[in-house]
Design a protein around this ligand. Structure first.
Ligand code: ZN
Ligand code: ZN
Ligand code: ZN
Ligand code: ZN
Length: 325
């Protein structure tokens, strides 16, 4: 199919003067509506068809228009910019406000692991797996032998760092996160070096570790070894949230609340609570203020209860009681 204007004439944007910008933007909007099956067959700038150029490419930011060349894309930018930015922001929000997937399962007990300060999963350095605190506690009975590779857990800092480096060579995200933590705190023989810590966390985040992105957010928000920077903090919390960190999402909600963006703030709080983050108090305040509807409130409480129950196990309760002693 070809794209046509309302009056049926073939779309041609060749001779646009600046006074017709609004009209053209409107036409582009129409194009976007017409072509929700991605069947755009004309360059938005010169009107050349697929057959003539056979290399029409989508504007990668908005996927609303196609161009036959980089030159056409550049020439069309002043007309397209506003619509493009708007659609790109919508696409970003669609990703940002997706519900969290269920937490990763412990590879031993197969129960989803909490993202919890009280009961954090433990990283075992021989095979580079995260296991839940309950199963890690249970390893005591077997003299701390890894249930997967039958290697004893290591006791020296040198051995820990050596094992982490082997895992990092294999692209293990969590290993980058852990070594970053050693540099952050000056642990296991590493000098405290927060710049180095952040470098390792960026790599870890790129490999999929949401906690590493969360840590980066904290550094920039609190100015830990770096100048305070709320914009960067938000950026890393967004990446953390999109990779499944409820902590990162909660902090994003707090930023939005501070700036008066209550709609976005409570969207974040609801998603975090549904995934099991302990922020029901914040959700309740939203309900009382009329920002969260009764249905949303009830659904969130139910989902929170389910997520929390799904992450409970007897061994985890035992481990928790021991750590709390
Ligand atoms: Zn063109
Ligand atoms: Zn665009
Ligand atoms: Zn487990
Ligand atoms: Zn192992």
């Amino acid at each position: 199919m070809t794209i046509e204007n309302k009056d049926g004439a073939p779309d041609s944007n060749n001779d646009i003067n600046s006074s017709s910008i609004d009209a053209v933007t409107e036409n582009l909007n129409n194009m976007a509506v017409l072509d929700d099956n991605n069947d755009i067959t004309l360059c938005a700038n010169c009107g050349k068809g697929e057959e003539e150029s056979n290399s029409l490419k989508f504007c990668s930011a908005c996927k609303l228009v196609k161009y036959c060349s980089a030159a056409c894309q550049k020439a069309h930018r002043p007309l397209h910019k506003r619509q493009c930015k708007q659609r790109a922001a919508e696409i970003f929000d669609e990703k940002l406000f997706k519900d969290h997937p269920p937490n990763e399962e412990c590879p031993i007990c197969m129960i989803p692991m909490p993202e919890d300060d009280m009961l954090p999963p433990v990283f075992i350095l021989c095979c580079g797996k995260m296991i839940c605190a309950g199963c890690h506690y249970g390893m005591r009975k077997s003299n701390m032998i890894c249930p997967f590779c039958r290697i004893p857990v290591c006791h020296t800092s040198e051995e820990r760092v050596k094992r982490l480096k082997v895992l990092m060579d294999r692209g293990n995200a969590q290993a980058f996160h852990q070594l970053g933590g050693y540099y952050d705190q000056g642990l296991h023989g590493m000098p405290q070096n927060r710049t180095k810590a952040r470098e390792l966390w960026v790599r870890s985040g790129e490999l999929g570790c949401s906690q590493a992105y969360y840590n980066l957010g904290v550094h920039y928000q609190a100015g830990m070894g770096v100048e305070r920077d709320d914009k960067k903090a938000k950026h890393y919390y967004e990446l953390a949230a999109m990779n499944g960190s409820t902590y990162g999402r909660y902090n994003l909600g707090c930023y939005d609340k501070q700036s008066g963006n209550f709609d976005r703030a409570f969207k974040h709080f609801l998603i975090a609570a549904k995934a099991g983050y302990k922020c029901l108090e914040a959700v309740k305040l939203g309900f009382e203020a009329g920002i969260v509807t009764k249905d949303e409130y009830a659904n969130t409480l139910r989902a929170y209860q389910k997520s929390s129950n799904d992450m409970k196990s007897d061994t985890r309760e035992v481990a928790k009681a021991c750590y709390e002693e």
